[in-house]
Design a protein around this ligand. Structure first.
Ligand code: NAG
Length: 364
């Protein structure tokens, strides 16, 4: 009996030790815990005991090598811990550089805690297996590490809704696996890297709400997979490149709230783009008369620019136009009748030089 018991005790111990996280990973996690303060939910209460691979909230390990692979801490979540507390998360403190000792980390999400501050540890770029870096919705300051290109496996970079400053590091264009780039609502300045088009795998590039200047890089037209480009609410200038016939899956284009000038490229109005907001820029000239059966817009907002001339006749050939806004321009002449217009209200056309006809009260 006793021999048998000892045997199984030894086997169990061996299994537990082999499957347990190594002491160095555990120590790194405890340093991370010590630098953060989460007063309401107690999410770190489970970060205790020897085996960080089992039962530590938000921590997962690689099942083969038993190293920490995944940290997933979201301040807005359906998890019972939040439902019991009837509140969203709030956390202060900073991310300890000890995180860089977790050199098998493949996914790091510390998102929507609203109060985490300090800099993103510079050493984070030394994590060779990192695929996801998601720190949205905190108060991080400082710069995006200049050697971000060292994260060769990175597919998701989401640092939106923080207070990051400095420019977008030019080395970012070497992240050849990057699919999702979200840097919205920070304080980033400088120009967009002109070689951004090297990010061949990118499908979403969301950079709105910063202080980015310079032109819209022409090289973006090389990104065959780009479906969502949002550069709105920045300080961009120059012209919109005539690049849309090379971008087969681009569906959403937001350039509103910049200082972009020149004309609308013809390729844009007859492309696959269905959400297009160019409002509040300095665009001028005529709206190209090139709408056709490929033109399908759920949103086409050209308001608050300097467009002149008539509303193009071909607009009645568009397959669909849901929300159209041409207000606050210098347009003149009759508003065409027909299907795309029947549902539009006067507000789509007001504040122009001399538009007339329905739905405006001014007769032609
Ligand atoms: C287009 O952008 C402007 C300026 O940012 C914004 O006010 C407007 O609501 C947007 N239009 C649509 C239809 O979302």
């Amino acid at each position: 009996m006793e021999v048998g018991f000892c045997f199984w005790a030894v086997v169990l111990t061996v299994i537990t030790v082999v499957n347990a996280c190594p002491p160095s990973d555990r120590a790194a996690l405890l340093s991370i815990k010590a630098a953060l303060h989460e007063p309401h939910l107690g999410i770190f209460n489970s970060w205790t005991g020897p085996d960080c691979c089992h039962g530590w909230y938000g921590v997962s390990c690689d099942p083969y090598i038993h190293r920490v692979a995944d940290i997933n801490l979201r301040g807005e979540s359906e998890d019972p811990i939040f439902q019991r507390a009837h509140r969203v998360g709030y956390m202060t403190g900073s991310i300890s550089p000890a995180i860089c000792k977790l050199d098998r980390l493949s996914s790091l999400t510390i998102a929507d805690w609203k109060g985490i501050s300090g800099e993103i540890p510079k050493c984070i770029t030394s994590l060779p297996f990192l695929r996801t870096l998601d720190l949205i919705g905190n108060r991080f300051t400082g710069r995006i590490p200049g050697d971000i290109n060292r994260l060769k496996e990175l597919t998701v970079l989401n640092l939106a809704d923080n207070m990051l400053t400095g420019s977008i590091p030019p080395s970012i264009v070497k992240l050849t696996r990057l699919m999702h780039l979200d840097l919205r609502n920070n304080r980033l300045s400088g120009e967009l890297p002109s070689e951004m088009g090297k990010l061949k795998m990118m499908s979403r590039a969301l950079l709105s709400g910063n202080r980015l200047g310079g032109p819209v890089p022409v090289s973006l037209s090389n990104i065959y997979r780009l479906s969502d480009l949002d550069l709105s609410l920045n300080l961009l200038s120059g012209q919109i490149p005539d690049m849309f016939d090379k971008m087969p899956v681009l569906a959403s284009l937001n350039l509103d709230g910049n200082m972009i000038s020149g004309q609308i490229p013809r390729s844009l109005l007859n492309s696959g783009v269905s959400i297009c907001n160019l409002s509040r820029n300095a665009l001028e000239g005529r709206i190209p008369d090139v709408f056709g059966s490929k033109s399908y817009f759920t949103v086409l907002d050209l308001s608050h620019n300097r467009f002149s001339g008539p509303i193009p006749k071909s607009i009645s050939l568009a397959a669909y136009i849901g929300h159209l806004d041409l207000s606050h321009n210098n347009l003149c002449g009759p508003i065409p009748g027909g299907a795309p217009y029947d549902h539009l209200e006067a507000s789509s056309f007001v504040y122009n030089t001399c538009l007339c006809g329905k739905p405006l009260s001014k007769r032609c």
